[in-house]
Design a binder for this molecule. Structure first.
Ligand code: UDP
Ligand code: MG
Length: 134
């Protein structure tokens, strides 16, 4: 199924100079890049994006971390793009993420896990609206 997904290279990865190798992983899938932008999230955008986690112990730290520096925001499009990207990213906790996945290869701790990707087509629609409008 042709669909869009929202992907973000998180501040830890941008600060470490990993934009190019991570972008390469996504391009290698064959999915199309529809939007691509470097920028720092506002607190409002961060809170809106992660509102399902509000009240959890890691939430305040998550908002601080995701707004701490520039991220790469993108919209990828193609067949089953949500699932394709989630598989490529690996498990949320890099410790559990398989080698060969982005989090498995570049991440060490769950607090700074390198990339974000929408978890469903509905989430993608919501997240794209937060970061790109429409
Ligand atoms: N997170 C965290 N500690 C946790 C769980 C999650 O810092 O114990 C952060 C981590 O950055 C993760 C984000 O919160 O990517 C959203 O969590 P979710 O469970 O939605 O994981 P994801 O969808 O990113 O794999
Ligand atoms: Mg999630």
């Amino acid at each position: 199924m042709e669909q869009k997904t929202y992907i973000m290279i998180k501040p830890d990865a941008v600060a470490r100079g990993l934009i190019a190798p991570i972008l390469q992983r996504f391009e290698d899938t064959g999915l199309g890049i529809e939007r691509l932008e470097l920028g720092t999230l506002t607190r409002e955008q961060a809170e809106e994006n992660y509102r399902e986690h509000e009240g959890k112990p890691f939430y305040p730290g998550l908002i601080d971390y995701i707004t701490a520096g520039p991220v790469v925001k993108m919209v990828l499009t193609g067949p089953d793009s949500v699932m394709v990207c989630r598989k490529l990213m690996g498990a949320t906790n890099p410790r559990d993420a398989a080698p060969g996945t982005i989090r498995g290869d570049y991440g060490l701790i769950v607090d700074a896990n390198v990339v974000h990707g929408s978890d469903s087509a509905e989430s993608a629609k919501r997240e794209i609206a937060i970061f790109f409008g429409d």
